[in-house]
Design a protein around this ligand. Structure first.
Ligand SMILES: [Zn+2]
Length: 196
């Protein structure tokens, strides 16, 4: 935007400078016409007119230099505008691409979330109410994980290994009994790999 403003400022400046040149040029042409017409006869007037024409020619040259200088500045401003516009387009392209990928990922996550939620509902419906309540309470207390696998005598919730007394207690518990980790209090899920 700054580059565009600079370019349009230069354009305005150029128009103004060109008008200045035009004014001087017209006045010089008028003077020349008067001189050529022979209407001015007094030597003093003729001399004044001649002097003015000379000074106008000098002034016109100076103003034309101003026009050239402004045009050069305008050209580099335009080049800068072009370069920046190109970069904006490239960045916008990247942004559009990233936005599209993000939206696609959102879509995937939404779908995944819906599937997992449905699966969870099915599983939760098969869990006795009091156990589900305990699990929910633990889950809230233990950073989102209310139950952990017991794997090779280790609670995968807190990563601590059960001591021999705890191992014996778990071993003695009936399969339908809910066993808990003595350390983190999470529900321990027993499998064939529990090492019990
Ligand atoms: Zn634990």
């Amino acid at each position: 935007m700054a580059a565009q403003t600079e370019e349009s400022d230069c354009a305005r400046e150029q128009t103004k400078a060109e008008q200045d040149v035009d004014q001087v040029r017209k006045r010089a042409a008028r003077d020349q016409q008067r001189l050529d017409s022979g209407a001015v006869s007094s030597p003093k007037d003729l001399e004044n007119l001649q002097r003015e024409i000379t000074s106008l020619a000098k002034r016109q040259g100076d103003l034309e230099d101003v026009v050239l200088e402004v045009m050069e500045r305008r050209e580099s401003a335009q080049a800068r505008v072009d370069e920046l516009t190109e970069r904006v387009t490239a960045v916008q392209g990247k942004l559009d691409d990233a936005t599209a990928r993000r939206d696609a990922a959102f879509g995937e996550l939404d779908g995944e979330s819906a599937t997992v939620t449905k699966e969870r509902q099915v599983v939760a419906a098969s869990v006795p109410a009091d156990l589900l309540k305990l699990y929910e309470k633990l889950r809230e207390q233990q950073g989102g994980v209310g139950a952990a696998r017991l794997y090779q005598r280790r609670c995968e919730g807190c990563q601590l290994e059960l001591n021999i007394t705890e191992v014996n207690e778990v071993r003695a518990a009936a399969p339908e009994t809910v066993v808990r980790c003595e350390n983190c209090r999470r529900i321990l899920v027993r499998t064939s790999e529990s090492g019990i």
